[in-house]
Design a protein around this ligand. Sequence first.
Ligand code: ASP
Length: 437
Amino acid sequence: MVKIAKFGGSSVASAEQFQKIKKIIESDDSRRFVVVSAAGKRNKDDNKVTDLLYLCYAHIKYSVSCEGIFSMVEKRYREIKDSLSLDYDLNRDFAEIRSRLNKSVSIDYLVSRGEYLTARLMAEYLGFDFVDAKDIIRFRYDGQVDMEQTREAFSKEWEKHDRMVIPGFYGVMPDGEIKVFSRGGSDITGSIIANLIDARVYENWTDVSGILMADPGIVEHPRRIRRITYQELRELSYMGANVLHEEAIFPVKDKNIPINIRNTNEPENPGTVIIPHWGKDDHHLITGIAGKKGFTMVAVHKNHMAEEVGTVRKVLQAFEDYGISIEHIPSGIDSVSVVVSGEDVHAHLYDIIANIKSNCGPVMVKVYEHIALISTVGRNMAKTPGIAGRLFGALGEKDINVRMIAQGSNEINIVVGVDDEQFENAMKAIYNCFQDQ
Ligand code: ASP
């Protein structure tokens, strides 16, 4: 069975990174499909090619010359080509792109050129065939990928090429125009290809050795997560642990293909494997902890709410009317609280409170701002007695007041709300209490 390896921006940022990739690919003959991002940052002050291309577009829009910025993009790719002594004719591509740098250029075409050029050079360097994403990834007019058409198009290419490099991030609309995914979308391309080839594993090569149990900016040297389920990852990513594009899970999930997050700069590290389901022998309690600050909790109290029908709906409607998405709805007998993003609700808060008051009869509304939510994720938590006790005990010991508690119905996580300023302390306390699991 074959594998697909997707390399992110920093993994393809320079000739030196290309060399690391070649070693990785050559060390395993089943790595026959490679998806690449545009060249990313070589160091923390560097620029990502995709960002530069977006900037070019903004310049063109405002009738300012983008030549200075575009030549930075050109330089990046020429440097890679020259250092690796490749033959690929970049002149033709740059002439073609330059000829289209005017007001009628499509933004999606322009920003997709980063992945296109990386893939061109990578294909020659690895001795693989270049297959353009525009000949494979088919979008429908509604912006969704048409998997059936994509599968058909891919099969035709697969008949002709058995080792290929494919640019990530973009595909084609029914009218032939290039369309890109949202930022970070090469992960989705990799996942789609994994689905199409029934890959044994989807290797996602980046610059971290897997997913950590907690944010290393808060917790010192958190442990690496060895295995995590798609669903647990979704919980963690939603709360801020960013490793993979959110949408990248779905194409592989359909086929139960594991995703392996690996580090191009430390290939011997096995990284993190994202799996469809837990095996019976996985006994660890906590998989990871993630959280975000800046939530607002609107608490509505009404006498006899428990006996009435419709009050909760009216409260939620007030948020819906302003297009505000709801995070949690903890409730009591005569009260319901609605937790939402502080940033989203800020401009409409007074209108929403006024609506609740006029629609729900005599109610008391209290607003608590600057709440941080922390999600502790682990599928064995639900069936292990004493877990919640341990978690709350750890917070209590550090004098951290819990403002809200919620548990997802899938029982793989416990969410606690604390004051924003207690966020870091709470993360540390929770991590430390489960360290010896
Ligand atoms: N190059 C694109 C971006 O920076 C897509 C990707 O790298 O996944 O968003």
